[in-house]
Ligand binder design. Structure first.
Ligand code: CA
Length: 723
């Protein structure tokens, strides 16, 4: 035996014994099919094939949760954010972190057993829309699977983290990325991808779980008709598009939800938005643009199309149907119906019959202005006039962030309620001139003006009357209405777990991990997490003891874009585990330093305005709207002097590319970067003045003269700055 292999064998033996997994059973098909009643384990992303994220465990319950405490925490070496739902298999937790690093940790002690780093090229961050993050893993037999930012599907050995096989699932020359968890069923691994806004065409692939051989591929939007269609489903879809959509890729990426339904042997895809978002640019002659914003059902063995239900025909607001699909059986008009429960970005809870794809219910779970409702006979929405920003700016609810995004929801068969991390927020959409539209591959294309131009009257009124809010929302699918709502102090809160102990767990962006009564929403318990939490919690059992675990670390599109997250500094990402009677705590997070901005450079108002527009197009999706960052990556208002001195080198020459800051020399020149820099410094001075200048009210009054919306935005920023 070569020395390295002997070393691996010995270290595995040690690790396996330490973890008590020497006799760990493979994750067989039978185990996955029975995962719902396997209370010790959390075997797949949504716990079992139903993806209800409900554990029957009730050792921790509404009566004793006040005695819950932190048993241990495991800290990673980055603070780039965690979205990962861990798997819990025979006493070991497996989760994915920034840059797709995989960790195996003892479930009882938090001791690390192994890590696996797929060595994703750091330049890939340019087409990672929302941080270099990953939502989870899949398990099958003795293997774990992860999809990587650069489009690989990788199988590693669960006992050791050793590479078994790797398949490139995307064209590496295109701007695809993977952040979603793979799913496994019937001996195949299913993997989608993201990158709509960067000019990609969505598809899902199935690979043989053991060998990594490609089994089938299903595209979600049609390609160029001149190349021929892959199947009849694509030919039918092409009839609903116009113009030369394929030049933009079309979008429709399946970047999160893929659900296998063992009762019908169907695979459901949650298909994403159109790209660019603006339908007048994407498909100038109109049309439904199949299969955007749809649930598509496939035969998992062959990839053959079975049925679809399109929620948002001709999507023009980034309304993905990618969000979590949950399978349930609910009483419906006197009979039991097997349904998909779905609360995607568009703001409606859709209840869809799993056998046929027929829409049973679509009721708004948050503020919705783009549609007044659905015709249940046709399944089509009634779009409200003026909301598609054709010529006139439109204030639209939900925003492009959605009324609910990827953050996992949960369904409890005990209460019959669906628990949704809701986001009640609108956004102004401004048309751009289609003639001026520049589609930039590798960069983020929406096809509308991002905020930064003058705010409209509608936006002004909406901002003042309806500031962003967020709730943990319990939805009764049978009565088709909310059962209760727990308001949160900040927007953009984490995923949800429901338990047999009449509890719902959720992490919040203001830095708490909370437990509430599942039946009435009463807040029962709270733990300070010292950072924002985005991911979905899990529950598992080791040696008869129930644990709750969650990954904690801010980042991702919502926090990066909105900036309102845990108010102090930014600790490294952590996995936290809780059990009754434990009393651990986390080290206090040091307050982030806020260096003063350098003096304002020579720049005209026009140059600063150009800097703002360029910032909004190229920088804001990571560094935050109005330059208010979430801290998981640098808040540019608080750059140390050295970064101001090297600003152009960072942006144009890739000085910090290895840390994940991409280079922009393909789209920006020196003069433009100077203007961006001037805008950033101007914003730093503005907010520094807000934090220190007691005369802020007078300053705010002067803004009121220009625009009440500016005032509202200013007040929100002031509160954030004061934190
Ligand atoms: Ca999108």
């Amino acid at each position: 035996m070569p020395r390295t292999m002997r070393f691996l064998a010995i270290s595995c033996l040690t690790a396996c014994l330490l973890a008590g997994i020497a006799h760990a059973a493979p994750v067989s098909e039978q185990r996955l099919l029975a995962a719902g009643s396997d209370v010790d384990n959390w075997l797949s992303y949504g716990r079992d094939y139903s993806e209800q994220r409900y554990t029957p465990l009730d050792q921790i319950n509404a009566g004793n949760v006040s005695g819950l405490g932190m048993a241990w925490y495991f800290e990673t070496d980055t603070h780039l954010g965690l979205q990962s739902t861990p798997l819990a298999i025979d006493g070991v937790l497996y989760f994915s972190g920034a840059w797709n690093t995989v960790y195996a940790v003892d479930g009882a002690t938090g001791q690390m057993l192994w890590t696996f780093d797929p060595e994703v090229p750091r330049s890939k961050s340019i087409t990672a829309c929302c941080g270099v993050l990953n939502r989870g893993l899949a398990a099958w037999e003795d293997l774990l699977y992860i999809g990587t930012l650069d489009g690989r599907l990788i199988a590693i050995e669960r006992a050791t983290g050793t590479l078994r096989w790797s398949a490139q699932t995307t064209d590496p020359n295109q701007a695809y990325s993977i952040t979603g968890a793979p799913r496994v069923a019937r001996g195949k691994v299913f993997i989608g991808n993201g990158g709509s806004e960067f000019g990609t065409r969505g598809f899902v692939s199935a690979y043989d779980a053991a060998s990594g051989e490609l089994a089938w591929r299903f595209y979600t939007v049609p390609g160029n008709p001149a190349d021929g269609f892959e199947n009849d489903a694509m030919a039918r879809a092409a009839a609903t598009w116009s113009g030369e959509w394929w030049r933009y890729g079309g979008g429709g990426t399946v970047w999160d939800s893929i659900v296998y339904d063992p009762e019908f042997n169907q695979l459901y895809l949650g298909v994403g938005n159109g790209a660019p978002h603006n339908r007048r640019i994407r498909s100038p002659g109109g049309g439904d643009n199949l299969y955007l914003a749809s649930i598509v059902a496939l035969n998992p063995d062959t990839g053959e199309y079975l049925w679809h239900y399109q929620q948002v025909p001709g999507d023009t607001w980034d309304y993905t149907a990618s969000q979590q699909m949950t399978l349930a059986e609910i009483p419906w008009q006197g009979e039991q119906r097997k349904v998909i429960l779905h609360a995607p970005k568009a703001g409606f809870v859709y209840i869809v019959d799993r056998a046929t794809g027929k829409l049973l219910s679509a009721e708004p779970y948050t503020t919705v202005t783009w549609a007044s409702g659905y015709d249940l006979d046709t399944g089509r929405p009634q779009e409200n006039p003026g909301q598609d920003y054709d010529g006139e700016p439109a204030m639209v609810f939900p925003s492009a962030m959605g009324g609910h995004n990827w953050h996992p929801m949960a369904y409890s068969p005990d209460t019959g309620l669906l628990y949704i991390p809701e986001l009640d927020m609108g956004m102004e959409f401004n048309e751009i001139d289609a003639v001026d539209y520049q589609h930039l591959r590798r960069h983020y294309n929406t096809g509308y003006e991002l905020s930064g131009k003058a705010y409209s009257q509608a936006f002004t009124q909406a901002m003042l009357s309806h500031l962003p809010k967020a709730h943990l929302l319990a939805w009764d699918p049978v009565r088709q209405q909310a059962a209760w709502k727990l308001p949160h102090p900040y927007t953009h809160n984490g995923g949800v777990l429901a338990t047999g102990g009449n509890l719902v767990f959720q992490g919040t962006s203001d830095g708490r991990f909370i437990a509430v009564r599942a039946d009435n929403g009463e807040l029962l318990w709270s733990f300070p997490t010292e950072t924002s939490v985005m991911a979905g919690p899990i529950s598992y059992r080791v040696n008869g003891e129930q644990y709750i675990a969650v990954t904690a670390g801010r980042g991702g599109a919502l926090m990066m874009n909105m900036g309102r997250s845990y108010p102090t500094g930014n600790p490294n990402n952590r996995l936290l585990a809780f059990r009754l009677g434990a009393s651990g705590s986390l080290p206090a997070t040091p307050v982030a330093e806020r260096p003063l901005p350098p003096p304002m450079p020579e720049a005209s108002d026009e140059q600063i305005a150009e800097g703002r527009n360029l910032f909004n197009r190229f920088c804001a999706r990571c560094h935050g709207a109005d330059v208010v960052g979430d801290g998981s990556i640098p808040d540019l208002r608080y750059l140390a002097p050295v970064w101001h001195e090297n600003f152009a080198s960072v942006v144009l020459d890739g000085l910090m590319e290895q840390a994940g800051m991409p280079r922009f020399d393909d789209v920006l020149d020196n003069a433009q970067v100077d203007n961006i820099h001037a805008y950033v410094i101007a914003r730093a001075h503005e907010d520094h003045a807000l934090r220190t200048d007691q005369g802020w009210l007078a300053r705010a009054r002067s803004y009121l003269i220009d625009s009440a919306a500016q005032l509202a935005a200013w007040l929100v920023r002031r509160d954030a700055a004061a934190d």
